[in-house]
Ligand binder design. Sequence first.
Ligand SMILES: Cc1ncc(COP(=O)(O)O)c(C=O)c1O
Length: 425
Amino acid sequence: MAVLAINGGKKAVTKKPKTSGLFQQMMEEQVSLIVELVRKREISFSPVVKELEEKFAAYIGTKYALTTNNGTSTLHSAFFSVIKNPGDEVITSVHTWHLGVTPIICAGGVPVFCDIEPLTLNIDPKKIEEKISPRTVAICVTHVYGHPCDMDAINSIAKRHNLAVIEDASHSHGCEYKGKKTGSLGNIGCFSLQGSKLMTGGEAGIIVTDNKDYYESWIMLGHYERMETLSAKYNKYKANQDIPFMNLGYKYRIHPFAAAMALVELKYLDERNQLQIKNCSYISSVLEKIEGFKGAYVAPYVTKLGWLNFLIRFDPEYFKGIPRTKIIEALNAEGVEAATGRPGYIPLVRQPLLNERENSPAEVIWYHFLKNHPEYRIEQYPVAEKVLFERIAIPSMRDIEYDEEYLQQILDAFSKISKYKDELN
Ligand SMILES: Cc1ncc(COP(=O)(O)O)c(C=O)c1O
């Protein structure tokens, strides 16, 4: 008789998760604050923006924070401040979101991709140095899915070669490396506050630094309304008293409603991350004992986590001959909501736009910078190519109450699949 639910056996997960109530509480506060802004007609400018910047800078541990309309514009700003000559190179991970990388080209630079570590899925510091050329100006790292990068290793390479370090911390709000927040570990920290992130404003971003010149250059790029406050280097760009400043053609101002939403999210960020980690750590620790599966890897240097995506590991060798998609189908039948699509980013060099040089929609804004760069080749990124076949994404249990019975049911589903894998052949 079949045991697995996919073959008609009993489902492993019968309990419904209980919500923690935190999310609801946060939502109500957001609604009230936004309604208040509407009533006050603070619909384009509001003191709430400065409040968010000050509180976020204090939380992350940097001198400056500047809000923007989205995370992509934080990355464009960061690259704008470090790229000085057309064709300057920025070393970046091949396994990240495309909008963390294409702004390098929009800022006049060239992305040079680096392969990733098989366990953390982050840029592999051991492979960075071989990518450095006389044109390299910065290393950009993403703390992918919430797991911090090995920042001591990355910073020491940067120091040896006099490079800036940009962190794309869009997945890791509140996460810590050796007791310090991601975003404060390099020279510039970029955060998306888009709707799916650990801390959100719906559509928004925030960028942090200790460097006053970087901060001022971001204002010059996308915040003409703040140019009055800048030092002489930027403050002079005004025709006369009556005409507002002219900036560089971008308008990156945050919507006050988004700032209000993010301000409330910041208040609950640690509590929600903590709750999620309690749930995910339980799953991870028990999975270690189930043949064929392992929990999400956490490096010893991590002092605080928050999983944007919770990817557990599975061993294709153990499940030899059974496609990953079949295991996901079996998990779904047991009541585990494993994602059916790819469990993470496909290597960016697979994107056709990056290798098209002429007669392409990218020609006008990218070609000038990319034209001398050799074609990007997938063979150079074997780890990024392979890891997607060794991961399964399951819900990150962010807003549910810790309940061992419910978590145990999820684990029972994995146990059954491990034990009765032959039913899937
Ligand atoms: C790693 C990473 N970088 C950058 C971005 C871009 O942020 P936004 O969507 O807010 O523009 C995202 C958004 O998903 C992201 O995940």
